[in-house]
Every structure is written in structure tokens, then in C-alpha cells.
Design a protein around this ligand. Sequence first.
Ligand code: XMP
Length: 515
Amino acid sequence: MIVILDFGSQYSELIARRIRETQVYSEVLSYRTTAEQLRQLNPKGIILSGGPNSVYDNGAPRCHPEIWNMGLPILGVCYGMQLMVQQLGGEVAKADRGEYGKASLYIDDPTDLLTNVEDGTTMWMSHADSITQMPEQFELLAHTENTPCAAIAHHDKKLYGVQFHPEVVHSVGGIALIRNFVYHICECEPTWTTAAFVEQAIREIRARVGEKRVLLALSGGVDSSTLAFLLHKAIGDQLTCVFIDQGFMRKYEPERLIKLFQEQFHIPVEYVNARERFLSSLSGITDPEEKRRMIGYEFISTFEETSRRLGPFDYLAQGTLYPDVIESANTNVDPQTGERVAVKIKSHHNVGGLPKDLRFKLVEPLRKLFKDEVRKVGRAIGLPEEIVQRHPFPGPGLAIRILGEITAERLNILRDADLIVRQEINKRDLYHDYWQAFAVLLPIRSVGVMGDQRTYAFPIVLRIVTSEDGMTADWARVPYDVLEVISNRIVNEVKGVNRVVYDITSKPPGTIEWE
Ligand code: XMP
């Protein structure tokens, strides 16, 4: 295992993912982790991440001083390198000129860390401080036009530092460097494979759960589906899968999901039809946050009732993923105040968001995985591509795509419009080009004309976006003819709609969903 000590870089997770792509397991831990704690984890190497601070800031985060003497290979990236230099007796100062973006890396020592990295290759830089003096016994590995010490090493102690970010895609030689560090310097073996994960997860589930019963809330997404699969493989009918139909799923999806699990995978699913209940409790509610709160509340009550009816259960299976684990252990703290400030934009709800006081013990077999790793596992255990590659779908479903009050009529209109969007996108093989593609219903009416008749009906908004991670997004440049067909079909086939508009707002300032 390689441990990444996080100093608050936006790229710490990315470093972990890059390491895992070399089939070596990696974890992101707080920079506060002590040498003793690290020893217990027995890693083969350590990476110090970048970070927003300057090493000479008051209270700048530092690693435990004993870490330098553990005899483990260490790679400092950006801030991590500057910290290494400062703590080991070198000097760091504000650079005459900061360096942001692509830079050509000129190699002074092509062995060791930079083996197979081409001279002049592009690396991604983002720093205002620079090394002005290396600590004793460190040697220069590479420089750029603006940065005399862009890569340095203490070969004997296997301490390395790079000013650039090898983990980002723009760093052309980055992967070669990471492979050198992981395989040659830390001497890791590529043992982190999907098959190994599945085997280990099944063993661990059996050991944790024993003869006890486990409850799982299935949503139909890749996480809960993979979870259901793993648990069913591990403990068979000690597992009970519950699917709560809030009435906000896309057209045909609940039926398809149940059929798939029961008939194809032979995993029984308890179907709970809660459509009426959700609809009546949302009646009259128009405020987006209030809607989300009410859906969350109803979901938990329905789930609790179901678990009482079918229980007792000892364990609740949750689809917690590694980014959630990193986030809740949060290491991105302000060194001045020790606090983290987050601004709530929307109250997210999903089946992973059940409150912790549900009296169950948790079983979370995916907590070590990134989303792309979950997809690989899902695929390996036989989930169909339509689930593995499914676009994100919010927990509150279509309820947050109908602005204003939710009614059965509006849900039906939106479901039909949404189906047309998906059909036309799929027909042209565009599904994988987009992060999400869906319809939104606005609770206003506009005038139109159809067959000499005046119409006064709802507009549908098309929201089709590209994105890397959902945090930022751009509206997709969907070919006009596709938009034309979608628009034509919706106004002709969906009763109650007489106008289709295309949302050309990026995120930020818009969000992907409309509520
Ligand atoms: P926004 O609208 O905030 O959405 O730009 C970013 C991503 O998150 C999804 N989303 C949710 N997912 N529960 C979820 O599981 C939710 O309550 C929720 N709200 C938004 C959204 O579809 C997009 O992919």
C-alpha cells in the first residue's frame, strides 16, 4: 500500500486513483497521521500531497517529524516537496514568477524517478513558491525554464520531490513517474485487482456478518446494485433487498429493476409501493429544500416500517464509497482555525444517506472503492452495462425535476418527455458522450398553436450536460437535428406540453438539476 498524506490539495484523491490504476492499493490520510500510526498500516511508500498553503505561513500544516526517519520512500508533490525541503534544512521562497499551467521539464538525471520520462515532456505546474536551496545530499533530477529545482532526490534515503503535479492528465510523463515510484522505488506488486477485491470483500462480509441478517435499500444505481451482488454472493438469503418505489423513478425503471434482479440474477427484492404516500405528503409543497426534506423524511419512515415488518435485522448495508470516507474524515482544514467551512447548496438525498441512528450496525464493502472501481467490480460480477454505465440519477428522482408542486399528472408528463430524450440520445449512441441528459418540467404555461387550435400548456426544458465529476459542468453541444427530433416528438407525443427549450447554462453558475 501507498499512503497519501493530504495537505489540502484538490488533487489528493486523484493521486490515490492514479496509484490504484497501477494496481497498487492506496489510501488518503490526514497530514496529521503520526509515524506510529503509519507503521501500523505498514505502507511501502508515502506521498505528500500539494496544498493551498505556503510552508512559511504561520501554522502551515506539517507532517510528523519522525516520518522522515522511517526508512520509507517518500515522494513530495508541490507543497509536499517544499515541506520536505524546509523540514530537512533547505530553503523555500516566493518565486520571482509563479508558474501555472503546462511547462516543459528538462531532465538532469534520467535514472531512478525519471526513468522513461522524456526530456522536454510536459508537466503541469501550479505554484507561487520555489526551492531556492536543496537540503544537503539532495541532487537535482530536473528543471523547467522558471523553476531551477523541479525534481529533486536524496537517492540513498529514497526521498523525492517534484514541483509539478504528475497526477493530472496534462502531465504527459506523469504516469511513467508514478510507475517508477510505485514499482521500482517502493517495490510494490500490482496486486490491487478487481478479482482480488471481490474475493477479499466476500471474505470480509462473511467474517463481519456471520449468521446475522442484513438489510439493503436497493436504488437501481451501480453502487447499490453492486452492493446487492457482493452481499448476495457472500451471504445468500441472509440478505434482504428492499426497493422503495417513491414514484419518482423514470418510466419503466422500477419494473425493469425488479425483473432484472429477480429473474436474471435470482436475488429476491422486496418491492414497496410507496407512490401514493410520497405524492400525498408532497402535496402543496413548492419550495425545493422543503421538498427534499420531505422526501428524505418519508424515505426514512418507509424504510423503518419495512425493516420492522421484515426484520429484525442486525446489519444495514450501505454503498459508502471512498470519496465519502475521505470527505468525512476531512483533512482539508484551515490551519489557522482548524475549521472547515462548507456552503450547503442542496440537501442531497440518496439511499446511502440514511441516518446513522437507525439502530443497525453497518456493513460497507465498497468503502475502499472509487466510483470507477465500483463500475469495474459491477462489470466483473455480471451487472449489465445499462446499470454499470448509468448516468447519475438523484435520490429524489423526478421530484426535483418538476418545479413547483408535484402532481400525478405532471409526473406522467415528465416521465413521457424524459423517455423520449433518452430514446433519441441512445438511438444515436450519444449516451456516453454526456454526463446526464434529461427533461425538466416548468409549472408555467405558454401559448402555442397546434392544428389551428390555440394551446396553453407546459414547457419542457432539456438539460444535457458534459462533466468530469458533476462538480462543474457545461451544456452539451448536442447536434441541432437531435434537438429538433426530441423537440418535435415531445410536443407531438406528450399531451400537456407545447414548447421545448434547451438549457445553455454551465455549472457554475447553474446547477445540473433545476432544484
Ligand atoms: P447539482 O444539481 O448540484 O448536481 O449540480 C450535481 C450532481 O448530483 C446529482 N444530485 C443528487 N444525487 N441525491 C443524489 O444522489 C441528490 O439529492 C442529488 N441532487 C443532485 C445530480 O444529478 C448531479 O449529477
